[in-house]
Design a protein around this ligand. Structure first.
Ligand SMILES: *[C@@H]1O[C@H](CO)[C@@H](O)[C@H](O)[C@H]1NC(C)=O
Ligand SMILES: *[C@@H]1O[C@H](CO)[C@@H](O)[C@H](O)[C@H]1NC(C)=O
Ligand SMILES: *[C@@H]1O[C@H](CO)[C@@H](O)[C@H](O)[C@H]1NC(C)=O
Length: 395
């Protein structure tokens, strides 16, 4: 090979490499919705619920009572403190958190704060993200609430370098009660960056770690290349500390988890929802991947129909930009929701199909991170949204 042809070869490789990179970047840009126009769908029969600010997640008790539990904060707190998006300005937070669990009644459209009893003073309240509600089949008026709480470190100046001191708090309450009793704090080295909890029973749950590391330089580049993380199983039924184990490893940005023997997990980066089967030893075995070219946040299941609802951060960069000041300025991020259904008659092959069921450009509802189904409605809540919105699906 002459020098010249060697040089040409190298240039050729470079050009190929650049073309390859361009294809990858193009795909990422496409998934992130940079050029996406979100067409309206089912966004013309909605009402706002003022006062429920910055609620990242919500869970209905059931499909009859019309009561939902929400994990709420304030736009101001979200500006300073969202460990999942590296908002780690803990020195700006109040000593005791102002975050709370809200109870919302869709029939009266009223809501109230649930008083938390018995939480250890060292917790300084709850620092909310997602919420999970488990209803005991044998005593259906009893509920267990699971809340992942991102406590700031005791020395708050260390937050930017150490991240949050994250735990999962477990409370018990009765349906509709004004208060909930603290049961236990699950603190475990495997529960690093808890994002979403899926309860198995009153004391056992799966929880996704959205990131491998609490803080790490790679996190700034995660949209391009993300370090896979994991899903953890915890058992808090014993008298002492909870026992936790890795249930599924090497999972890219696992976000929402749904219930029942099957665990549904959306990826915020990969453009898919994964169906997992829980094994008797609590590990998770992958069953199917449902590919949808979006960045997803929470997963919600309508327990009556089995329909799965995925909330897409459909214009990702608008969402990230709006998050910078807790959603108080800038372009309101558009919202899309997808419904996934299982074809139970099908054996083998692809059993799940998806369909877009909600779209709004950010005018009716902005920055939703969860869409909790209630009958023919969606309760749309957002990490830094100014209020909650309920919309009726007509088609
Ligand atoms: C934390 O917040 C203060 C007050 O808003 C601001 O001056 C400072 O730059 C912020 N620090 C970081 C690391 O964002
Ligand atoms: C349900 O809650 C009540 C009131 O707190 C309690 O006395 C009862 O033991 C609970 N039942 C179960 C099955 O946990
Ligand atoms: C758990 O069970 C699965 C399937 O039954 C098996 O493949 C796996 O090796 C088991 N894992 C552990 C840690 O026991």
């Amino acid at each position: 090979m002459s020098f010249l042809s060697l040089k040409r070869y190298k240039l050729g490789t470079l050009a190929l490499g650049a073309a390859f990179l361009a294809v990858i970047v193009n795909r990422k840009v496409d998934r992130a919705g940079v050029y996406r126009t979100v067409s309206p769908l089912n966004n013309d029969d909605c009402f706002n619920v003022p006062g429920l600010e910055a609620c990242e997640d919500a869970r209905w008790v059931d499909q009859e009572s019309g009561l939902a539990y929400l994990a709420c904060s304030s736009q101001e707190a979200r500006m300073n403190w969202v460990p999942a998006t590296l908002h780690l300005n803990a020195s700006q937070l109040p000593t005791v958190s102002t975050d709370y669990i809200a109870l919302f009644d869709i029939n009266t459209r009223k809501h109230k704060r649930v008083e938390l009893q018995g939480l250890p003073p060292a917790a300084n309240g709850i620092w909310v993200h997602a919420i999970e509600v488990y209803r005991s089949p044998s005593s259906p008026s009893n509920l267990t609430l699971f809340v992942n709480s991102h406590r700031p470190p005791a020395d708050r100046s260390l937050a930017p370098t150490q991240g949050a001191d994250s735990v999962v708090e477990i409370f018990e309450t009765e349906v509709g009660s004004n208060s909930a009793r603290w049961v236990k704090t699950v603190r475990h080295p495997l529960v690093r960056t808890p994002n979403s909890v899926a309860a198995v029973n009153e004391r056992q749950f799966y929880v996704s770690n959205d990131h491998r590391h609490k803080v790490h330089w790679t996190r700034k580049w995660e949209v391009l290349k993300s370090v896979p993380s994991d899903i953890i199983f915890c058992d808090a039924s014993g008298p002492g500390d909870a026992q936790c184990m890795v249930a599924a490893d090497q999972v890219v940005y696992p976000n929402g988890n749904g219930p029942n023997g099957l665990v549904y997990q959306a990826s915020t980066i990969e453009g898919l929802m994964r169906v997992w089967q829980a094994q008797p030893n609590h590990t998770l075995t992958p069953v199917e991947e449902v590919h949808i070219n979006r960045h997803f946040d929470n997963v919600h299941v309508n327990a009556a129909t089995g329909d799965i609802f995925l909330t897409a951060l459909t214009k990702l960069f608008d969402f990230m930009a709006a998050g910078k000041d807790g959603g108080r300025s800038g372009i309101p991020p558009a919202v899309e929701v997808f419904r996934v259904r299982e074809d139970k008659k099908k054996s083998g092959g692809k059993r799940y199909t998806s369909e877009r069921v909600f779209g709004d450009s950010g005018e009716v509802v902005m920055g939703s991170t969860a869409a909790a189904p209630y009958q023919d409605k969606l309760l749309l809540t957002g990490l830094f949204s100014p209020h909650v919105v309920v919309c009726t699906l007509k088609q």
